[in-house]
Structure formats: C-alpha cells, structure tokens
Design a protein around this ligand. Structure first.
Ligand SMILES: Nc1ncnc2c1ncn2[C@@H]1O[C@H](COP(=O)(O)OP(=O)(O)O)[C@@H](O)[C@H]1O
Ligand SMILES: [Mg+2]
Length: 571
C-alpha cells in the first residue's frame, strides 16, 4: 500500500508538515492558559500580560486555520488521486482479460471491487495514515509534556487511557463485521429489485407479483435488521469512550485537587493537565480507528492486487497479418475451462479467400465456439487454428481481430445514438458513410422512420429496437470495417426472409473477393455458400454444397424438408 503513496510523497510530506504545525499549536495552548491561571491565582496578573497571552493565542489559532486547510487538502488530494489511479488500473487490466474471465467472475463483483475496495484504500490513506501520524505525534507529545510536568500525576491519570484503545478496537472490529453484513444485505436487496424489474414482463404475465413482493420484503427486512444491529454498536461506542475519558478527569480532580488543597501544586499545572487530558481523547480514539482503517485498507489492496495479478491467458503475439486470408482449422478439439464435455471434437476445415462458408447445426452443437476460437476470443490449442499457415497465437491480437468483422448471436448496442453505434469501431466515419453502410445492411429505412433519425438514442433513455433492427445495425457496424472475413453468427435470425435474401445478395456484390462465414438456422442463408459444415454435438457430420448436403446429410435433409414445407405453405 505504501507503493501507492510513494508517487505522491511530496504532497504527502507537505501534509505531514502542516499536521505537525497544527499539533504544536494545539500543544502550546495549555501552556499559555496554564500561565494565565497561575498569574491569576497568585495575583501577579497584569493587563499587559493577559493582552499578550490573548494575542499570542489568537495568532497561533489563525495560523492553525491555514495549516489545517493545508493538511486536509493534501491528504484528501492524495487519497482521491490514489482512488483514481487504482480504478483506472483495474479498468485497464479488465479490458485486457478474455471472455472466459468474465464467464468466471460476475460483473457485479468486479464493479464492487472497483468501488468498495478502492474506496477502502483511499480512506486508509487519506484518513488512516493522516490520523495515524497525527495521533502518534500528538499522543506522545502530550504524554511527554505531562510526564515532565508531574510524572506521578501523569501516570495516575493515564491509567484508564489504554481502556479507550481496547474499547475502540474491539467494538471497531464488531462494527466492521456488521458493516459488511449491511452492505451484503443491501446488494442482495438491490439485486433482487433489479431482477424483478428486468423480468417484469414474466412476473406480470404469470401474475407473480405477490411472490415477488414477498421475496423483496424479506430482503428488505434483512437489510433493516442488519442496519439496526450496526447502529446499536455505534451507539454504544461514543458513551463508553465518554465514560473512560471522564474517569481520567475524575482521577485528576481527586488527586490533583488534594495536592492543590495541600498547596503542593499550583492551579496552573492542574489546568494544563485538564486540557492535556481533553486533547488526549482524540489520539486514543484515532489510534485504534487507524488500525481498523489500515487493516481494512490492506485487505482491500490485497484483493485488488489479486485481480491485477491475474494474467490474461490470451497472450499477445508479434506477427502481422499479411498476404491473402486463408483460415484453416486442423483437428481442433476444445473443452471450455471447467466444462465436463468437449464443446468441439476433431474439427478440420478451411475457408479460402473469397469463399463463403456456411455452418449449420442444432443449438449447442458448437457453432459459436468454433468462430470464437478462430478469432481467439477463447484460446484454441496450439497448431489447431491457423491463419495463412501460421498459428493464430503468433499474431498480434489487434492484427488478428482486425481481420474479422463479427456480428455476434446477440448483438450488443451501447447506450448512445444509432449513428455512434454504427461507427463504434471506426469513430472517424462521417455521416454520409454511416448512411451508406446502413443502406447496405437494409436498416436505413427503419432508422429514417424514427423521429430523430440517426441521432435516435438507443437503450434505456431512448428507443427500444426489435431484434432484427439490432441485428442489422450490428451488421452495418461490421460491414463498415470492410473486414477480410465477415462472421455472421446467426445474425439474420430475427430478420424476415425477404430482407435476409436482400442482405445476402448485397453481401455477394459488396464483398466480392472477401471471405464470409455464415452461421444460420435457416437454410436459405447458406444455400449459396461455397461449402457448408453440418455440426452435430461438437463433431463435423458433413461438409458440402447445398445440393450435396440435401441428399447426404440427415440433419440437413430434415431441416430442408421442414423449411421447404413452410415455404410451400406460405405460397
Ligand atoms: N462460455 C462457455 N463456457 C462453458 N461452456 C460453454 C460456453 N459457451 C458455450 N458453452 C457450451 O459449449 C457448447 C457449444 O455451445 P455454442 O458454441 O454456443 O453452441 P451453438 O452456437 O452451436 O448454439 C454448449 O454445450 C454450451 O453449453
Ligand atoms: Mg451460438
């Protein structure tokens, strides 16, 4: 954790200096007041003496304002900067992680780390280190001052002091546990609400409101119960500290008072002690709070470190992609990490430049897995996926992914305008070009029907697009890259048959000479492919043209019969 602070050491140092000045000012106060009391009680006080003391005190306090501002500014600043640095580092790191990392880690968890843990580190720096330095300097200075003033009395009145530290430490720990529970209950409640609202259609359609209310109510009650338990502990801490600190005062009054009566001690000493004790309470509380904060900060920074230490299993290569584009898969067998059964087995196929490859097969047979592996979104075993005769792992990832234009099965649109969604991969595109690609993807007319046209906002704050509209916007996005290999993963499934055939025709002319990989459920989408792979349960059942497969492949034949029957009926 010190590493985080190191780069802001100068700012930190200025803060510490400001702090030391303040502490000195605070410690000087009792001295002047003690002097005044002594003078007043033995009758040597003069008007000049009092004026001088008052002016000095006001002067010190005024300087104090400046230094107090200085240290707060410095320490909070360092804390906030560390917060920003850490968040940026986690974010940058997560960006490099492959999809399988996000299969394993919940996004909610990761964002929690990005907020809660980072904040804990910030606090432990801003508050923890600050208060730690403060209370150490202040506490030891007061103790030394008291000991030199009157060591016997000092030891006597300080007897109960360590109790404060113990109390704060023990209760502080319990508070931390309870605080954790409250946070957990809060996110459980949040998650439940989110889930219910996200699935509101299902809840309503099945008339399930009662049950939803019930389950939300339960989470809500758990949250309240946990919060009350926390407040109870909080409420105990303050009074306990008061009791102990008053105990010190009582001891002072008892023993100090006796001495004064017997004339063994001047009133000024008593006053000084009284003030020292008052100032002592804060360092006592602070020290234990500091330990709590630092502990939490260390635990959090360890958790952050484990996230940062996890290396991407997908290592970047060095090679550039050159020449024509030949994609080849050789005896590829792949199992997802943690899965029991192979997603793909002994796949061998290739697609040369300018060819169109179709892939069909039942849901779950491995179509998406196959193309994801080609793009190295997941890591294929060495030597099984080759581009231009070279293993894909040898290419720079940017280069490799630049070859592909990918329209995933469930295209994702960001919360921004339709225009920005289309030019997401190439932000430098002008409006004219955006329109050009939209027309190519047959989405232009749909877009023009919206009130704001291309500036229509997508998502929560804007229009809700139909599945087919989303797919076509994603196709426009992919086409605009003029990729050497276009991958459509069931990307025409929600588009009507007529538009589908228009788009395919357009692809034929637009992408003359480039490679297409079309995954589809409707045979009409792959009818004109040079070759089509029939996948079954992770294995290749057959490869051939439409005409060949129609005769040979049982699955293809079945699909063909079913779909042509529908077409016949439609006519
Ligand atoms: N990220 C993943 N982690 C583990 N298993 C997966 C993952 N994605 C898909 N699978 C499994 O791999 C198999 C093939 O899935 P997929 O390639 O998506 O099939 P398709 O695209 O043909 O419907 C399925 O059994 C699926 O459950
Ligand atoms: Mg799929």
């Amino acid at each position: 954790m010190l590493g985080y602070v190191w780069q802001y050491r100068y700012r930190f140092l200025i803060g510490v200096i400001g702090l030391a000045c303040i502490d000195m000012a605070v410690l000087l106060m009792p001295r002047f007041i003690g002097q005044a009391f002594d003078a007043l009680s033995d009758g040597t006080a003069t008007r000049e003496l009092l004026t001088r003391l008052c002016l000095t005190m006001i002067g010190i306090m005024t300087c104090g304002i400046f230094f107090r501002f200085l240290w707060r500014y410095c320490f909070s600043g360092v804390g906030l900067k560390i917060n920003r640095d850490l968040r940026q580092r986690i974010f940058d790191h997560l960006q490099t992680m492959p999809p399988e990392y996000f299969d394993k880690h919940r996004v909610g968890d990761l964002t929690a780390h990005m907020t809660n843990d980072v904040q804990a580190v910030e606090h432990s720096v801003a508050f923890g280190m600050l208060a730690g330095a403060d209370s150490l300097v202040m506490g030891s200075a007061i103790i030394v001052l008291m000991l030199t003033e009157n060591w016997k009395l000092a030891l006597l009145v300080l007897i109960p002091a360590p109790i404060i530290m113990v109390v704060v430490r023990i209760i502080g720990r319990q508070i931390r546990v309870l605080f954790g529970n409250v946070q957990e209950a809060f996110s459980a409640m949040n998650e439940r609400a989110q889930e219910i609202f996200a699935g509101i259609m299902v809840v309503k359609a099945y008339g399930d409101e009662e049950a939803s209310l019930d389950s939300f109510g339960k989470e809500g009650r758990a949250y309240v119960d946990n919060s009350i338990a926390l407040v109870r502990k909080w409420a105990m801490m303050g009074p306990l500290i008061m009791v102990v600190s008053n105990l010190c005062m009582a001891l002072l009054l008892w023993f100090g008072g006796k001495r004064i009566i017997m004339g063994e001690m001047p009133l000024g000493t008593f006053t000084k002690f009284y003030m020292y004790l008052g100032t002592m309470t804060w360092p006592m509380i602070a020290i234990s709070e500091v330990i709590n904060h630092l502990e939490r900060g260390c635990a959090s920074s360890e958790r952050i470190q484990t996230i940062l230490d996890e290396e991407s299993v997908i290592k970047d290569g060095k090679e550039k992609v050159e020449g024509q584009t030949i994609l080849e898969v050789r005896d590829l067998t792949y199992k997802y990490p943690g899965a029991v059964k192979n997603a793909l087995e002994n796949i061998t196929c290739h697609v040369a430049e300018g060819e169109t490859l179709g892939i069909v097969g039942r849901t779950g047979c491995g179509k998406t897995t196959l193309v994801d592996l080609c793009m190295r979104l997941y890591s294929p075993p060495k030597g099984t996926v080759l581009l231009n005769g070279r293993d894909v792992s040898e290419y720079k990832l940017d280069e490799l992914r630049g070859v592909f234009g990918y329209v995933p099965q469930e295209p994702f649109l960001f919360s921004m305008t339709i225009k920005d969604n289309i030019r997401f991969a190439r932000p430098e595109m002008d409006d004219e070009e955006v329109v050009y690609w939209a027309k190519k993807a047959f989405i232009h007319e749909d877009i023009m029907r919206f009130k704001d046209g291309y500036d229509t906002w997508v998502g929560e704050r804007g229009v809700t697009l139909s599945g087919g509209q989303k797919q076509r916007i994603a196709i426009a996005r992919a086409l605009s890259l003029r990729p050497r290999i276009l991958v459509l993963d069931d990307a025409l499934s929600a588009v009507d048959a007529e538009t589908e055939s228009e788009i395919l025709k357009e692809l034929g002319t637009l992408r003359g000479g480039a490679t297409n990989i079309i995954i589809a459920h409707r045979l009409s989408a792959v009818k004109n492919a040079d070759r089509t792979i029939v996948l079954n349960n992770g294995k290749i059942e057959d490869i051939g043209t439409h005409e060949e497969l129609k005769e040979r492949s049982p699955y293809y034949k079945e699909l063909y019969m079913l779909q042509s029957a529908v077409i016949e009926e439609g006519k």
